[in-house]
Design a protein around this ligand. Sequence first.
Ligand SMILES: N[C@@H](CCC[C@H](N)C(=O)O)C(=O)O
Length: 268
Amino acid sequence: MNKGAFHKMHGLGNDFVIVDMRPKEWEFSPVQAAAIAHRQHGIGCDQLIVLRNSDAADVRMQIFNADGGEVEACGNAARCVAKLLGDKTTIETSGGLISGNATGEGAIVDMGEPRFEWDAIPLSYAMDTLHMPVGWEDLQDPAAVNVGNPHVIFFVDDSSEIALDRLGPMIEIDPLFPERVNVNVAHVTEETVHLRVWERGVGLTRACGTGACATAVAAIRRGLVSSPVSVHLPGGELKISWNEGGPILMEGPTTHVFTGETDWDQFG
Ligand SMILES: N[C@@H](CCC[C@H](N)C(=O)O)C(=O)O
């Protein structure tokens, strides 16, 4: 029996099981993470978030996608952790250092500076990342941005019309992206970016914080919008601020659903 507590939280419907492993140190394997995330047989979530002790920040955040793969960044989870831990929280991730503050409704986080070099995305070979000379069916001329994790962004006439459930998984594993990629489709109306995301290792989600950051940055660089920008996702709205050469700020609501207890041994 290995009983432990967890928080179920979400940011705009992008949901997490958050486990504070600072008092107790043991590892979750990718198989266990996938079993916990499983919606029928586990607790169910888009990402398993494990908090650890850190020498560089208040806390280190490990992020496991629903497929069990460990990844570098998660914007909505960073907002949930900042809300949970309170003001001026610093969070170490393998994608970089994040700092956050709880707000009335949720949290605001500083996600650090985006990267645009082809090998920082990473891509398999050199190319312009603001206008990539590649495409998949109707999805053409994307931009790529790394905000701790890799994103490709397509600006289209109407993002709700794109068969992202079919094109997302195809693009996610394209050999152009050696570490796979999160796939964003967006259209812009006035100062709002309308975004849908196929998340690497998860699928379609209600919201993706890093996707919102990467898409807002790409839209600002292309001159489609100016900062701050509202990003509208199926789960709700995020406010993103970014100026060339600076960090990305992301603000939006978080929800604490419940605190539970489970026997971790049941997940393998
Ligand atoms: N939901 C997240 C992103 C989680 C990680 C992503 N699927 C990846 O593999 O990089 C967010 O809110 O940013």
